[in-house]
Design a protein around this ligand. Structure first.
Ligand code: AN7
Length: 351
């Protein structure tokens, strides 16, 4: 039996039966990176990044997808379907390919990054793009999954949440307890719900002595939970969390209240700055949506909240490599030099 893979490692805590096929593409067990340089800049005592970009398809979605797909196979399903801002579709397409299922994905036109689209294409998913946004795509797949015999693998599927809660288990194992604070980006609100479930279970089974305060962050133009009403036309550079009507709205609010935390918003400018800060101070290239967690920590720290004696984890939900174009687009144009030592020294101001 492999020791890795969340179906193997955490089967006693997951909806695994003797009939559930157990397999892994290597999801979970992602790096927890202690970042002292970044910690000093954000005024934090002990800061860690949980880098979920190291999952097989580059985001945390794989943790939930492996469970959802295993349960779909157990139920005899031949196809899975999801709406997506890009990462769920990449993950669904990969796990479907691995298991020989058909994946149907419905995505908003022009609003998912090139890397994520390339993944869905190369894994062989059936891709439908709509002129609407994620919320409209989710409405469509909900109806389709009711009308046709196909398994919905958005986080409305409870097996997704079960799989994703294992990230909280890993934090408790590695740190020896839950952290004081957990910062996390919020889109459809499945992940914040899953982490809380994982921390509550860890606490109830005596594996942790405390539960963290959960700090969720939405993007300013897509912050329905913060504002208290759905956003019909959500907008943000962080396309992964461009969501106006989160499916797990209520559980996210319950997480906030039970943990004594907040759900707040950060601007696009703050998200972009946080992505860059994380890259240049911690060597972690996160996608924009993920940088909302660091942006949130910075915002509260600047507002005077004191994290200097606290152990804080920021969840970095996905890799920035799927959206390298955004970085390159703003890079300074650099023209090639002749292949000569002198020219290179001059360019480096050494000559
Ligand atoms: C990198 O792929 O909704 O609050 O369709 O890709 O659990 O939705 C992605 C969401 C954060 C928000 N960070 O998580 C999708 C999708 C990244 C993400 C979120 C997403 P949820």
């Amino acid at each position: 039996m492999p020791k890795t893979g969340i179906l193997f490692k955490y089967k006693d805590f997951l909806p695994v039966t003797p009939q559930t096929p157990l397999f892994t593409m290597g999801e979970g067990d992602t790096p927890l990176i202690r970042c002292d340089r970044l910690a000093r800049e954000v005024g934090c005592g002990e800061l860690y990044l949980k880098f979920e970009g190291c999952n097989p398809t580059g985001s945390f979605k794989d943790r939930g997808m492996v469970v959802a797909v295993a349960k779909a196979l157990e139920a005899g399903s031949k196809a899975i379907i999801c709406a997506s801002t890009g990462n769920t579709s990449a993950s669904a397409a990969a796990y479907a390919a691995y298991c020989g299922l058909t994946a149907i994905i419905i995505v908003p036109e022009d609003k998912i990054t090139m890397g994520k689209m390339a993944q869905a294409i190369i894994y062989g998913a059936k891709i439908i793009t709509i002129t609407g946004n994620f919320d409209q795509a989710l409405e469509i797949v909900r109806t389709l999954a009711e009308k046709h015999s196909i398994t919905l693998v958005n986080s409305l599927n409870p097996h997704r949440i079960e799989g994703q809660k294992t990230a909280a288990f890993e934090l408790v194992e590695i740190l020896g307890d839950a952290p004081d604070y957990l910062f996390i980006p919020v889109g459809n609100a499945g992940n914040i719900t899953a982490y809380w479930k994982g921390f509550v279970e860890s606490y109830q089974t005596g594996r942790s002595k405390q539960k963290p305060v959960i700090m969720g962050f939405q993007a300013e133009g897509a912050a329905p939970i913060v504002r208290g009403y759905p956003i019909a036309k959500p907008e943000t550079v962080a396309s992964a969390i461009r969501i106006g009507k989160p499916a797990s709205w209520q559980p996210a609010v319950a997480t906030r209240d039970e943990s004594g935390g907040i759900i707040d918003l950060v601007s696009d400018a703050e998200i972009l700055a946080a992505q860059k800060l994380m890259a240049t101070r911690a060597g972690v290239f996160s996608e924009l949506a993920s940088a909302a967690s660091i942006a949130g920590l910075l915002k509260l720290s600047r507002q005077g909240m004191d994290f200097s004696r606290k152990r804080t984890v920021c969840v970095i939900t996905g890799t920035g490599l799927k959206d390298a174009d955004t970085v390159l687009k703003d890079a300074l144009p650099c023209s090639a030099l002749p292949a000569e030592i002198k020219a290179v020294e001059k360019a480096l101001s050494w000559g």
